[in-house]
Ligand binder design. Structure first.
Ligand SMILES: NC(=O)c1ccc[n+]([C@@H]2O[C@H](COP(=O)([O-])OP(=O)(O)OC[C@H]3O[C@@H](n4cnc5c(N)ncnc54)[C@H](OP(=O)(O)O)[C@@H]3O)[C@@H](O)[C@H]2O)c1
Length: 280
């Protein structure tokens, strides 16, 4: 029987993950079925249990289920424990094993695909949700100098900072303090603001031409932040499409024991232009 995998979230209709995993499977000669499961929070645990009963081998987890997924794992990888968020479930003998591939996906995209050196950068992380939790430890491990976390709800920024446990390198500030924080070498937009109609108010003093601006979203959801960064003169401005492909490749490796070549899949998706919906 063909092994079953799925992305579970709410909503998931526009997800690129089925296409990405199908391409990886074809490339590696691994037959697989990858479905989309759209379920609201109250149905999450039952949907995962049903998937498990029906023989499902692995799940990707997206909004709004990353915290709930962590709670139902029998075991967690070290990086999932450090992130406090799970985006990949692997079926094991004793239940689900939870991992998080977002951080390694982002760093792989930036350092391997775009050949960027993250070391010694002063980094601003906007947002403290699931994606911010996923990428923060990997950014620290990549050798950045300091991480400044600013979130609309400040308590969530504090919680993320506490979890990271590096008070010398990780700082939190209020949104209203942004104009006083000086220039950053890298600004990461890990908010979902671009998916709605709210505009984020960001001062131009945060960036210079040398600032690397990265939005974890892609497609329409990334347009507002990336346009802002370009208008400020940032020379390197990247969306989250590469991260999406790389975090999927890492999940594929966890499930199948092989890391696919991501370049052709990335190139094919990139060629489709900005009309992609940010769904993961
Ligand atoms: N490329 C990839 O592979 C990848 C992977 C994961 C996520 N993502 C993208 O990352 C984004 C965030 O995902 P998530 O899972 O972290 O979502 P989440 O857990 O719901 O967190 C959303 C974050 O955005 C903030 N936010 C929402 N609207 C805002 C606004 N108008 N102004 C300022 N802040 C706002 C929230 O602040 P509060 O805490 O105040 O609500 C929170 O920090 C999504 O767009 C998602 O598509 C991409």
């Amino acid at each position: 029987m063909t092994a079953r995998y799925a992305l579970i979230g709410h909503p998931v209709a526009h997800s690129l993950s089925p296409r990405i995993h199908a391409a990886f499977g074809e490339q590696c000669g691994i037959p697989l079925r990858y479905e989309l499961i759209d379920v609201p929070p109250e149905g999450f645990a039952a949907a995962v249990a049903a998937f498990e009963r029906e023989g499902g081998e692995g799940l990707n987890i997206t909004l709004p289920h990353k915290a709930a997924a962590r709670a139902l794992c029998a075991t967690l990888s070290a990086r999932a424990r450090r992130c406090g968020a799970v985006n990949t479930l692997i079926r094991g003998a004793g239940g689900w094993h939870g991992d998080n591939t977002d951080g390694t996906g982002l760093v792989h995209d930036l350092t391997e695909r775009h050949r960027l050196d993250l070391r010694a950068r002063k980094v601003l992380l906007l947002g403290a949700g699931g994606a911010a939790h996923g990428v923060a430890p990997a950014l620290l491990d990549a050798g950045i100098d300091s991480l400044w976390i600013v979130n609309r709800t400040p308590e969530r920024a504090d919680a993320l900072s506490d979890r990271l446990g590096e008070p010398g390198r990780v700082h939190t500030r209020y949104w209203k303090d942004l104009p006083e924080l000086g220039v950053f070498d890298m600004v990461v937009n890990a908010t979902s603001a671009g998916r709605g109609s709210d505009r984020m108010d960001l001062p131009s003093s945060l960036v210079s031409a040398r600032t690397l601006a990265v939005d974890l979203s892609y497609g329409e959801a990334a347009i507002a932040f990336l346009s802002w960064a370009r208008a400020q003169g940032c020379e390197t401005v990247l969306d989250g499409l590469g991260m999406l492909v790389e975090q999927a490749a890492e999940a594929f490796r966890l499930w199948h024991g092989q890391r696919p070549d991501t370049d052709p899949v990335y190139a094919e998706l990139r060629a489709r232009g900005p009309a992609l919906h940010s769904a993961e």
